[in-house]
Design a protein around this ligand. Sequence first.
Ligand SMILES: *[C@@H]1O[C@H](CO)[C@@H](O)[C@H](O)[C@H]1NC(C)=O
Ligand SMILES: *[C@@H]1O[C@H](CO)[C@@H](O)[C@H](O)[C@H]1NC(C)=O
Ligand SMILES: *[C@@H]1O[C@H](CO)[C@@H](O)[C@H](O)[C@H]1NC(C)=O
Length: 372
Amino acid sequence: MATNCCYILAFFLLFTNLSSFGKGDGNDIGGASYIFGDSLVDAGNNNYLPTLSKANINPNGIDFKPSGGNPTGRYTNGRTIGDIVGEELGQSHYAVPFLAPNSSGQALLYGINYASGGGGIMNATGRIFVNRLSMDIQIDYFNITRKQIDKMLGASKARDHIMKKSIFSITIGANDFLNNYLLPVLSIGARISQSPDGFIDDLINNLKGQLTRLYQLDARKFILGNVGPIGCIPYQKTINQLNENQCVELPNKLALQYNAKLKDLLAQLNENLPGAIFVHANVYDLVMEVITNYQKYGFTTASRACCGNGGQMAGIIPCGPTSSMCSDRDKHVFWDPYHPSEAANVIIAKQLLDGDTTYISPINLRQLRDRK
Ligand SMILES: *[C@@H]1O[C@H](CO)[C@@H](O)[C@H](O)[C@H]1NC(C)=O
Ligand SMILES: *[C@@H]1O[C@H](CO)[C@@H](O)[C@H](O)[C@H]1NC(C)=O
Ligand SMILES: *[C@@H]1O[C@H](CO)[C@@H](O)[C@H](O)[C@H]1NC(C)=O
């Protein structure tokens, strides 16, 4: 009897010990996302910055269940693509914004979000918003996280966690055009002094340095989205007074030119950085497909913002408490003048997770997660 009881007690102790051990070393963690980028994936960093680019105002987040419909700093009505992908890959928590008070302890192992509305590849991008985290700073912050994980797990387990269980997702570049090169105020943008070719080469060179830094910090599984059809967002259509079915040529042309070079860069990095895989997400073609064939996907419009004001497409004034808001939010491709709705994000995320090489190559996100 006595031995039996102790046996059970010992077993119980072992079990609780193991499970708390598991919590400490990342063994029980399905995987983590470390998310870099701009407002498409910002989950609240800008809430903590003195900036003009803010999304923690109503009615943003109205369909985000974990907050009860309150704004969180996400620039959409519900979940971002990063949130949806994390859920689908079995991650137990959304990646916490780096600047949030709870980005510490265990949360570091579930993934951290460094993305910032207005941010870009170049330091100068988004200057019009006064403050934002550009890509270089986001990587400086990951360098801080990296050291914290070392401290928590020890160097060897930390490396394992970062190399094998972590996906590095990077959604950047749109602001380098929209809030830098294409800005009408020439003195703020780079256009006054640079040809598009020169500017795009600078973007690619800087991005190459940034991805290499992440690699030096042990990142191995990367996914990079290319720049979407930024000439088709309600803001661009409205200020250029286009018809519903037209898109502004120059922004799309620049995006395509950048995207071609991005694809080459990723192929080059796949060859030159041993053990790393860079997955290319063809967001441009994917979003263009949804915009062109919106009815097939259950939308009633791909040109009018659900929340916003100004012009035919509600495309000038960002979404806020005084904006008009549509009632059928899941029938709009665009939530606001710049950003897709949650309904569109779900369709995009699904392709990234399970799609074929039309939109995601050489492997999709589920394959990337399972890659040894
Ligand atoms: C961090 O805080 C946010 C906001 O309070 C909350 O929604 C989220 O669940 C927290 N995440 C973790 C991992 O603690
Ligand atoms: C941004 O600024 C930092 C230093 O302030 C510099 O090291 C870095 O090269 C700059 N990056 C870009 C993309 O301009
Ligand atoms: C990370 O930070 C350390 C200083 O704490 C620095 O020496 C190192 O160069 C940084 N790594 C990268 C890739 O930025």
